[in-house]
Write a protein that binds this ligand. Structure first.
Ligand SMILES: CC(=O)[C@@H](O)[C@H](O)COP(=O)(O)O
Ligand SMILES: NCC(=O)COP(=O)(O)O
Length: 253
């Protein structure tokens, strides 16, 4: 079985556009689980523009399924600029406080719009090793966000990671151009090399209802985390009932 972990960043982004709690990130996450999702993913960034520190605490408390926290382990503390929102303590202090089931290390710059590359395992080895050791001591399963590369992925196991998350943006773009099958082959060779090295395999970024069925053929795939497209699809797929309920409230149905 391939686990679906729903990334709730975009729900927080919508919530943050007002000083209200609509939509509730925790309520949305609980509904995802009620409808069959297996876990919840968040990617807090230092500016807390979507998921906030307080969301991480609330999700940890509310969830009985796996919470996956993604982020740059080297991101420093940052004061909050918004009233009533806690300061960002830095990524590793946050993970220490929350102790999620899984922590995915992503090399995002602080001001990056979204994740756009994986770690360079050769260049960043010495920086990553103590981070992975720390996660092990905390009992947090570790995963490293990587670009598909069959010749370097095994290094993640040498560094002490439990899993890798394959960054699937290139697959999504190639799929749109009709080259999904060719692109999947590179991912499959990377997955085989990772599996041979003893790693478990996650994947994510820009997976959607069009490309997911093909991607789910990836060998040894344990988990996908999906947020952006899934949130947009929930808007579309829930629209009919929503419009009809608003019309009923107006007594014009
Ligand atoms: C690591 C990764 O690919 C996701 O966490 C991605 O960053 C989605 O979150 P955002 O859409 O908030 O960037
Ligand atoms: N790790 C990928 C993730 O959490 C969600 O990525 P996306 O579906 O929002 O592109």
């Amino acid at each position: 079985m391939i686990a679906l972990s729903v990334n709730v960043n975009k729900v927080a982004l919508l919530r943050n556009s007002r000083d209200t709690v609509i939509p509730s990130v925790v309520d949305y996450a609980l509904r995802c689980i009620h409808y069959g999702a297996h876990g919840i993913t968040v990617h807090p960034r230092p500016d807390q523009r979507h998921i906030r520190v307080d969301d991480c605490y609330a999700l940890k408390q509310a969830l009985s399924v796996e919470l996956n926290i993604e982020g740059n382990p080297f991101s420093p503390p940052m004061p909050s600029t918004r009233k009533g929102v806690s300061d960002y303590p830095g990524f590793m202090p946050l993970v220490d406080a929350i102790r999620p089931a899984q922590c995915t290390l992503v090399p995002d710059a602080n001001d990056q719009l979204t994740s756009d590359h994986g770690f360079d395992l050769e260049r960043d080895a010495d920086k990553l090793r103590p981070i992975l050791q720390q996660l092990k001591e905390w009992g947090v399963r570790s995963s490293i966000f990587v670009d598909p590369n069959p010749s370097t992925v095994a290094l993640a196991a040498d560094l002490g990671a439990d899993r890798v998350e394959l960054y699937t943006e290139t697959f999504a773009r190639e799929f749109e151009q009709g080259r999904g099958q060719q692109s999947l082959e590179l991912f499959a060779r990377t997955a085989e090399a990772a599996y041979e090295a003893g790693l478990e395999i996650n994947a994510g970024h820009d997976l959607n209802l069009d490309n997911l069925s093909l991607f789910s053929d990836l060998p040894h795939l344990a988990e996908v985390s999906i947020g952006h497209a899934l949130t947009a699809d929930a808007l579309y797929l829930g629209l009919e009932q929503t419009i009809s309920q608003y019309l009923a409230a107006l007594k014009t149905a």
